[in-house]
Write a protein that binds this ligand. Structure first.
Ligand code: DX5
Ligand code: ZN
Length: 203
């Protein structure tokens, strides 16, 4: 399983956090971007996120916004492997999928804990990854929602597709999920040894 580190909640400033993640063995950096529309919160501004120009890690971008098209050009200029947008946030799913693909970036669709995975049916052949939320999007440091485990199982039965899980992941909850990638935020970035935490997720 690959590890994607979210820096939304960290004990360190943005620059230092990214520096420590660059020095770590994390497979991806998970970029949470919110603009106070789809969720009731904001994260770093696009200007702040320019610090990501200096990373050699692949980025796993998670857009929690109601107009993803506004931000895709920006993130496509960084070292981005995936851009995920929320099923619940938009009506123009196909337009967004095609726009991301046109930038040669893999497309992810994120679903909230209360959203049934069947809503993904029309899109599963068009997207590369499903980002299964195991907390309500909006902030870091929340508790893992346990019915995510069944949701992931159902999704795997439905289709062989990359699965990423996001929220409340630590050394215990990661054992419950069988996914290709797992996002961990506060478990890594609210510690004084990022690499030790990343290794504990892998073991
Ligand atoms: C929640 C974000 C998550 C979150 C992960 O809105 O999408 O990526 O920051 O943080 P932890 O691991 O602390 O739940
Ligand atoms: Zn996220």
């Amino acid at each position: 399983m690959k590890i994607s580190a979210s820096f939304l909640s960290s004990n360190y400033n943005l620059e230092d956090t990214i520096k420590y993640l660059n020095e770590s063995s994390t497979d991806y950096i998970h970029v949470d971007f919110m603009d106070n529309t789809f969720v009731n919160n904001t994260s770093y501004s696009l200007k702040d996120l320019e610090v990501l120009k200096n990373t050699n890690k692949r980025l796993d971008v998670h857009l929690m916004v109601s107009e993803p098209l506004k931000y895709i050009d920006y993130f496509s200029k960084l070292n981005t492997e995936f851009i995920s947008f929320h099923y619940e946030a938009v009506n123009n799913h196909l337009e967004i999928i095609n726009y991301i693909k046109g930038k040669n970036i893999k497309v992810g669709m994120a679903i909230n804990p209360e959203t049934n995975i069947d809503v993904l049916n029309p899109f599963l052949d068009l997207i590369d990854l499903v980002l299964v939320m195991s907390v309500t999007p909006g902030r870091g440091g929340q508790e893992f929602i346990y019915n995510t485990v069944n949701k992931i199982k159902e999704l795997k039965e439905k289709k062989n597709i990359l699965i990423n899980v996001d929220g409340g992941i630590n050394k215990d909850t990661i054992k419950l999920v069988d996914t290709d990638i797992a996002v961990a935020g506060s478990y890594i970035c609210k510690s004084d040894n990022f690499e030790e935490r990343i290794n504990s997720l892998r073991s």
